[in-house]
Write a protein that binds this ligand. Structure first.
Ligand code: SF4
Length: 370
Protein backbone atom coordinates (compact mmCIF):
# COMPACT_ATOMS: atom_id res chain seq x y z
CA UNK A 1 0.00 0.00 0.00
CA UNK A 2 1.33 3.47 -0.88
CA UNK A 3 1.07 5.89 2.03
CA UNK A 4 0.84 9.50 0.82
CA UNK A 5 1.84 12.22 3.28
CA UNK A 6 0.01 15.52 3.04
CA UNK A 7 2.22 18.25 1.68
CA UNK A 8 3.04 21.06 4.10
CA UNK A 9 1.85 24.55 3.22
CA UNK A 10 4.61 27.16 3.16
CA UNK A 11 2.10 30.03 3.10
CA UNK A 12 1.82 31.51 6.59
CA UNK A 13 5.22 30.27 7.81
CA UNK A 14 7.68 32.96 8.83
CA UNK A 15 10.92 33.34 6.86
CA UNK A 16 12.78 31.64 9.72
CA UNK A 17 10.36 28.71 9.58
CA UNK A 18 10.84 28.42 5.81
CA UNK A 19 14.62 28.33 6.39
CA UNK A 20 14.09 25.56 8.91
CA UNK A 21 11.99 23.55 6.42
CA UNK A 22 14.82 23.72 3.88
CA UNK A 23 17.33 22.00 6.12
CA UNK A 24 16.62 18.62 4.51
CA UNK A 25 16.33 19.95 0.95
CA UNK A 26 19.00 19.42 -1.72
CA UNK A 27 21.26 22.14 -3.22
CA UNK A 28 20.33 24.76 -0.66
CA UNK A 29 22.48 27.89 -0.39
CA UNK A 30 22.39 30.47 2.44
CA UNK A 31 20.15 32.74 0.31
CA UNK A 32 17.79 30.03 -1.01
CA UNK A 33 15.04 30.57 1.61
CA UNK A 34 14.99 34.28 0.80
CA UNK A 35 14.74 33.53 -2.95
CA UNK A 36 11.72 31.29 -2.32
CA UNK A 37 10.21 33.82 0.08
CA UNK A 38 10.48 36.58 -2.51
CA UNK A 39 8.92 34.39 -5.16
CA UNK A 40 6.06 33.76 -2.74
CA UNK A 41 5.47 37.29 -1.54
CA UNK A 42 7.09 39.71 -4.00
CA UNK A 43 5.87 37.92 -7.12
CA UNK A 44 2.89 35.97 -5.79
CA UNK A 45 4.17 32.66 -7.21
CA UNK A 46 1.74 29.83 -6.72
CA UNK A 47 3.97 27.07 -8.10
CA UNK A 48 7.54 26.03 -7.32
CA UNK A 49 7.92 25.16 -11.02
CA UNK A 50 7.96 28.86 -11.92
CA UNK A 51 10.88 29.61 -9.55
CA UNK A 52 13.33 29.19 -12.38
CA UNK A 53 16.34 30.66 -10.57
CA UNK A 54 16.29 27.60 -8.25
CA UNK A 55 18.02 24.35 -9.27
CA UNK A 56 15.67 21.77 -10.82
CA UNK A 57 16.40 19.22 -8.08
CA UNK A 58 15.31 21.71 -5.44
CA UNK A 59 12.17 22.66 -7.35
CA UNK A 60 11.28 18.97 -7.64
CA UNK A 61 11.90 18.47 -3.91
CA UNK A 62 9.73 21.47 -3.01
CA UNK A 63 7.01 20.32 -5.37
CA UNK A 64 6.86 16.85 -3.80
CA UNK A 65 6.93 18.00 -0.16
CA UNK A 66 5.24 21.41 -0.02
CA UNK A 67 2.37 23.48 -1.37
CA UNK A 68 1.66 27.18 -1.76
CA UNK A 69 -1.98 27.00 -0.79
CA UNK A 70 -4.06 30.15 -0.30
CA UNK A 71 -7.39 28.32 0.01
CA UNK A 72 -9.85 28.38 -2.88
CA UNK A 73 -12.35 31.02 -3.93
CA UNK A 74 -15.88 29.60 -3.68
CA UNK A 75 -17.53 32.79 -4.80
CA UNK A 76 -16.33 36.21 -5.89
CA UNK A 77 -18.94 38.96 -6.02
CA UNK A 78 -18.69 42.66 -6.71
CA UNK A 79 -21.34 45.06 -5.47
CA UNK A 80 -22.71 47.93 -7.53
CA UNK A 81 -20.72 50.23 -5.21
CA UNK A 82 -17.44 48.39 -5.96
CA UNK A 83 -17.28 46.41 -2.70
CA UNK A 84 -15.91 42.99 -3.49
CA UNK A 85 -16.52 39.90 -1.43
CA UNK A 86 -14.77 36.54 -1.59
CA UNK A 87 -16.04 33.39 0.04
CA UNK A 88 -12.89 31.39 0.70
CA UNK A 89 -12.87 27.66 1.39
CA UNK A 90 -10.16 25.66 3.11
CA UNK A 91 -9.55 22.00 3.81
CA UNK A 92 -13.04 20.78 4.69
CA UNK A 93 -16.45 21.74 3.26
CA UNK A 94 -17.54 23.66 6.37
CA UNK A 95 -14.30 25.64 6.58
CA UNK A 96 -15.46 28.73 4.75
CA UNK A 97 -14.81 32.39 5.57
CA UNK A 98 -15.41 35.79 4.02
CA UNK A 99 -12.95 38.48 3.00
CA UNK A 100 -14.23 41.85 1.85
CA UNK A 101 -12.44 44.57 -0.12
CA UNK A 102 -13.83 48.07 0.39
CA UNK A 103 -12.54 50.52 -2.22
CA UNK A 104 -12.67 54.20 -1.23
CA UNK A 105 -11.11 57.21 -2.94
CA UNK A 106 -8.04 57.32 -0.68
CA UNK A 107 -7.75 53.74 0.54
CA UNK A 108 -8.60 50.20 -0.41
CA UNK A 109 -9.25 48.23 2.76
CA UNK A 110 -9.27 44.47 2.96
CA UNK A 111 -11.27 43.01 5.84
CA UNK A 112 -10.11 39.49 6.77
CA UNK A 113 -11.49 36.79 9.05
CA UNK A 114 -9.54 35.16 11.88
CA UNK A 115 -11.90 32.35 12.91
CA UNK A 116 -14.60 30.22 11.28
CA UNK A 117 -17.69 31.39 13.15
CA UNK A 118 -17.32 33.07 16.54
CA UNK A 119 -17.93 32.10 20.14
CA UNK A 120 -18.66 35.60 21.44
CA UNK A 121 -22.26 36.01 20.35
CA UNK A 122 -22.49 39.80 20.14
CA UNK A 123 -26.22 40.26 19.80
CA UNK A 124 -26.12 42.65 16.80
CA UNK A 125 -23.66 40.58 14.80
CA UNK A 126 -24.67 37.99 12.26
CA UNK A 127 -21.46 36.00 12.71
CA UNK A 128 -22.39 35.69 16.39
CA UNK A 129 -25.23 33.38 15.29
CA UNK A 130 -22.73 30.95 13.72
CA UNK A 131 -21.05 28.69 16.22
CA UNK A 132 -17.27 28.64 16.33
CA UNK A 133 -15.96 25.88 14.10
CA UNK A 134 -12.25 26.52 14.58
CA UNK A 135 -9.46 29.08 14.55
CA UNK A 136 -7.87 29.90 11.21
CA UNK A 137 -4.19 29.12 10.77
CA UNK A 138 -1.68 31.85 9.92
CA UNK A 139 -1.57 30.32 6.42
CA UNK A 140 -5.33 30.68 6.04
CA UNK A 141 -5.18 34.31 7.18
CA UNK A 142 -2.26 35.18 4.88
CA UNK A 143 -4.01 33.14 2.17
CA UNK A 144 -7.00 35.52 2.25
CA UNK A 145 -4.65 38.45 1.65
CA UNK A 146 -2.87 36.62 -1.18
CA UNK A 147 -6.15 35.67 -2.87
CA UNK A 148 -7.32 39.27 -2.68
CA UNK A 149 -3.96 40.52 -3.99
CA UNK A 150 -4.25 38.16 -6.96
CA UNK A 151 -7.94 39.07 -7.32
CA UNK A 152 -7.03 42.73 -7.89
CA UNK A 153 -3.93 41.80 -9.95
CA UNK A 154 -1.57 43.41 -7.46
CA UNK A 155 1.42 41.29 -8.46
CA UNK A 156 1.03 42.15 -12.13
CA UNK A 157 1.94 45.74 -11.26
CA UNK A 158 5.35 44.91 -9.81
CA UNK A 159 7.17 46.03 -12.95
CA UNK A 160 5.41 49.39 -13.13
CA UNK A 161 6.88 52.54 -11.71
CA UNK A 162 5.45 54.16 -8.61
CA UNK A 163 3.47 56.73 -10.60
CA UNK A 164 1.53 54.28 -12.71
CA UNK A 165 1.24 51.67 -9.95
CA UNK A 166 -2.13 51.85 -8.19
CA UNK A 167 -2.70 51.21 -4.51
CA UNK A 168 -4.85 48.16 -4.97
CA UNK A 169 -4.76 46.98 -1.36
CA UNK A 170 -3.65 49.72 1.00
CA UNK A 171 -5.14 48.89 4.41
CA UNK A 172 -6.11 45.74 6.20
CA UNK A 173 -8.42 45.14 9.14
CA UNK A 174 -9.01 42.04 11.23
CA UNK A 175 -12.70 42.81 11.35
CA UNK A 176 -14.23 39.86 9.50
CA UNK A 177 -15.52 36.72 11.15
CA UNK A 178 -14.14 35.89 14.58
CA UNK A 179 -12.40 37.58 17.48
CA UNK A 180 -8.74 37.92 16.44
CA UNK A 181 -7.49 38.04 20.03
CA UNK A 182 -9.10 34.65 20.68
CA UNK A 183 -6.71 33.31 18.03
CA UNK A 184 -3.62 35.32 18.96
CA UNK A 185 -0.83 32.93 18.03
CA UNK A 186 -1.96 32.54 14.43
CA UNK A 187 -3.04 36.17 14.00
CA UNK A 188 0.30 37.48 15.32
CA UNK A 189 2.25 35.08 13.11
CA UNK A 190 0.20 36.19 10.09
CA UNK A 191 1.02 39.83 10.95
CA UNK A 192 4.71 38.92 11.16
CA UNK A 193 4.52 37.37 7.66
CA UNK A 194 2.54 40.27 6.17
CA UNK A 195 4.86 42.95 7.53
CA UNK A 196 8.13 41.19 6.70
CA UNK A 197 10.31 43.78 4.97
CA UNK A 198 11.69 41.24 2.54
CA UNK A 199 8.27 40.00 1.54
CA UNK A 200 4.89 41.71 1.35
CA UNK A 201 6.09 44.73 3.38
CA UNK A 202 2.72 45.77 4.75
CA UNK A 203 3.22 48.93 6.84
CA UNK A 204 2.30 48.08 10.43
CA UNK A 205 0.18 51.21 10.92
CA UNK A 206 -1.99 50.12 7.98
CA UNK A 207 -3.01 46.91 9.71
CA UNK A 208 -5.75 47.21 12.33
CA UNK A 209 -6.71 44.55 14.83
CA UNK A 210 -10.29 44.99 15.94
CA UNK A 211 -11.26 43.40 19.23
CA UNK A 212 -14.47 43.20 21.19
CA UNK A 213 -12.32 43.81 24.27
CA UNK A 214 -9.91 40.99 25.11
CA UNK A 215 -8.16 43.25 27.62
CA UNK A 216 -5.14 41.09 28.56
CA UNK A 217 -3.90 41.01 24.95
CA UNK A 218 -4.28 44.71 24.12
CA UNK A 219 -0.65 45.44 25.22
CA UNK A 220 0.50 42.94 22.61
CA UNK A 221 -1.12 45.09 19.89
CA UNK A 222 1.06 48.07 20.80
CA UNK A 223 4.09 45.78 21.06
CA UNK A 224 3.43 44.61 17.48
CA UNK A 225 3.07 48.22 16.33
CA UNK A 226 -0.25 47.68 14.58
CA UNK A 227 -3.37 49.81 15.01
CA UNK A 228 -6.14 49.02 17.50
CA UNK A 229 -9.90 49.16 17.04
CA UNK A 230 -12.41 48.47 19.79
CA UNK A 231 -15.87 47.15 19.07
CA UNK A 232 -17.49 49.42 21.68
CA UNK A 233 -21.18 49.99 20.79
CA UNK A 234 -22.30 51.19 24.25
CA UNK A 235 -21.30 53.68 26.92
CA UNK A 236 -22.42 51.75 30.01
CA UNK A 237 -21.84 48.22 31.24
CA UNK A 238 -25.53 47.27 31.53
CA UNK A 239 -26.08 47.78 27.78
CA UNK A 240 -22.66 46.55 26.65
CA UNK A 241 -23.22 43.32 28.61
CA UNK A 242 -26.14 42.68 26.23
CA UNK A 243 -24.56 43.87 22.97
CA UNK A 244 -21.06 42.50 23.58
CA UNK A 245 -21.33 39.74 26.22
CA UNK A 246 -17.52 39.62 26.64
CA UNK A 247 -18.07 42.85 28.59
CA UNK A 248 -19.15 40.71 31.56
CA UNK A 249 -15.60 39.32 31.70
CA UNK A 250 -13.76 42.55 30.83
CA UNK A 251 -16.01 45.47 31.82
CA UNK A 252 -15.68 48.94 30.38
CA UNK A 253 -13.48 50.34 33.17
CA UNK A 254 -10.79 47.73 32.53
CA UNK A 255 -11.20 48.15 28.77
CA UNK A 256 -10.73 51.92 28.99
CA UNK A 257 -7.67 51.46 31.23
CA UNK A 258 -6.17 49.11 28.63
CA UNK A 259 -6.87 51.68 25.88
CA UNK A 260 -5.21 54.44 27.91
CA UNK A 261 -2.16 52.23 28.35
CA UNK A 262 -2.15 51.39 24.62
CA UNK A 263 -2.20 55.12 23.78
CA UNK A 264 0.79 55.69 26.10
CA UNK A 265 2.76 52.71 24.82
CA UNK A 266 2.15 53.56 21.17
CA UNK A 267 2.97 57.27 21.44
CA UNK A 268 -0.59 58.41 20.99
CA UNK A 269 -1.55 56.18 18.06
CA UNK A 270 -5.20 56.81 17.31
CA UNK A 271 -7.66 54.15 18.50
CA UNK A 272 -10.79 53.50 16.46
CA UNK A 273 -13.97 52.91 18.44
CA UNK A 274 -16.66 51.19 16.41
CA UNK A 275 -20.19 52.05 17.39
CA UNK A 276 -23.03 50.32 15.59
CA UNK A 277 -26.12 52.55 15.48
CA UNK A 278 -29.17 50.67 16.73
CA UNK A 279 -32.51 52.43 16.62
CA UNK A 280 -33.76 53.29 20.13
CA UNK A 281 -31.07 51.16 21.78
CA UNK A 282 -27.82 53.17 21.87
CA UNK A 283 -28.44 56.16 19.61
CA UNK A 284 -29.78 58.89 21.95
CA UNK A 285 -28.08 62.29 22.29
CA UNK A 286 -27.45 61.46 25.97
CA UNK A 287 -25.44 58.46 24.80
CA UNK A 288 -23.53 60.64 22.33
CA UNK A 289 -22.58 62.96 25.21
CA UNK A 290 -21.63 59.97 27.41
CA UNK A 291 -19.43 58.72 24.57
CA UNK A 292 -17.61 62.05 24.53
CA UNK A 293 -17.05 61.86 28.31
CA UNK A 294 -15.83 58.27 28.04
CA UNK A 295 -13.32 58.92 25.27
CA UNK A 296 -12.23 62.53 25.76
CA UNK A 297 -8.86 61.64 27.32
CA UNK A 298 -7.98 59.25 24.48
CA UNK A 299 -6.71 59.78 20.90
CA UNK A 300 -10.04 58.44 19.72
CA UNK A 301 -11.70 58.10 16.35
CA UNK A 302 -15.35 57.14 16.62
CA UNK A 303 -16.65 55.25 13.62
CA UNK A 304 -20.45 55.14 13.59
CA UNK A 305 -21.78 52.13 11.71
CA UNK A 306 -25.40 52.19 10.58
CA UNK A 307 -26.68 48.71 11.45
CA UNK A 308 -26.90 46.40 8.44
CA UNK A 309 -30.03 44.31 9.17
CA UNK A 310 -29.95 40.56 8.69
CA UNK A 311 -32.83 38.05 8.75
CA UNK A 312 -33.84 37.23 12.33
CA UNK A 313 -32.09 40.23 13.87
CA UNK A 314 -33.98 41.96 16.71
CA UNK A 315 -32.46 45.38 15.95
CA UNK A 316 -33.33 48.11 13.48
CA UNK A 317 -30.95 50.60 12.00
CA UNK A 318 -31.02 54.15 13.37
CA UNK A 319 -32.66 56.79 11.23
CA UNK A 320 -30.16 58.69 9.05
CA UNK A 321 -30.99 62.02 10.73
CA UNK A 322 -30.37 60.46 14.15
CA UNK A 323 -27.00 59.15 12.99
CA UNK A 324 -26.13 62.65 11.70
CA UNK A 325 -27.13 64.33 14.99
CA UNK A 326 -25.23 61.72 17.00
CA UNK A 327 -22.13 62.26 14.86
CA UNK A 328 -22.42 66.03 15.23
CA UNK A 329 -22.69 65.78 19.02
CA UNK A 330 -19.59 63.57 19.22
CA UNK A 331 -17.69 65.83 16.81
CA UNK A 332 -18.73 68.97 18.76
CA UNK A 333 -17.42 67.27 21.89
CA UNK A 334 -13.96 67.38 20.30
CA UNK A 335 -13.76 63.77 19.12
CA UNK A 336 -13.04 62.87 15.52
CA UNK A 337 -16.12 61.05 14.28
CA UNK A 338 -17.00 59.48 10.94
CA UNK A 339 -20.06 57.64 9.67
CA UNK A 340 -19.44 54.48 7.71
CA UNK A 341 -21.49 54.37 4.54
CA UNK A 342 -23.38 51.09 4.16
CA UNK A 343 -21.44 49.09 1.59
CA UNK A 344 -22.13 46.06 -0.55
CA UNK A 345 -25.70 45.54 0.62
CA UNK A 346 -26.58 43.81 -2.67
CA UNK A 347 -23.90 41.15 -2.02
CA UNK A 348 -24.68 40.49 1.65
CA UNK A 349 -21.57 42.28 2.86
CA UNK A 350 -22.61 42.32 6.55
CA UNK A 351 -20.10 40.07 8.25
CA UNK A 352 -21.09 36.40 8.03
CA UNK A 353 -24.18 36.91 5.86
CA UNK A 354 -22.80 35.48 2.62
CA UNK A 355 -21.42 32.41 4.38
CA UNK A 356 -24.84 31.71 5.96
CA UNK A 357 -26.60 32.26 2.67
CA UNK A 358 -24.27 29.81 0.87
CA UNK A 359 -24.74 27.25 3.67
CA UNK A 360 -28.52 27.57 3.35
CA UNK A 361 -28.25 27.01 -0.42
CA UNK A 362 -26.08 23.90 0.12
CA UNK A 363 -28.50 22.52 2.75
CA UNK A 364 -31.47 23.13 0.43
CA UNK A 365 -29.67 21.43 -2.46
CA UNK A 366 -28.74 18.46 -0.22
CA UNK A 367 -32.34 18.15 1.02
CA UNK A 368 -33.68 18.30 -2.56
CA UNK A 369 -31.30 15.49 -3.55
CA UNK A 370 -32.69 13.12 -0.87
S1 SF4 B 1 -18.75 41.30 16.55
FE1 SF4 B 1 -16.85 40.13 16.29
S2 SF4 B 1 -16.55 39.21 18.32
FE2 SF4 B 1 -18.70 39.82 18.24
S3 SF4 B 1 -19.80 38.00 17.49
FE3 SF4 B 1 -19.31 39.27 15.70
S4 SF4 B 1 -17.39 38.42 14.93
FE4 SF4 B 1 -17.63 37.69 17.05
Amino acid sequence: MIVRHAKKNLIGLTLEQVKHELQAAPTVKPYTALQIWQHMYRHGSTSFRTMTNLPTTLRDHLHSHYTLDYGHVQSDQTSVDGTRKWLVGFNDPRAVVESVLIPEPKRHTLCVSSQIGCSLRCSFCHTGTQKLLRNLTAGEIVGQVMLAAHGVRQFEQQGQNSITRKKLLSHMVFMGQGEPLYNPRQVFQAIQVLTDRQGLQWPKQKITVSTSGVVPLIPKISELGVALAISLHATRNSLRDVLVPLNKTFPMETLMDACTQYARDSNGQRITFEYVMLDGVNDSMGEARDLVKLLKQLPAHVNLIPFNPWPGSIYKTSKPEQVERFAETVQNGGIYCTVRRPRGQDILAACGQLRSSEERKRATAAAAAL
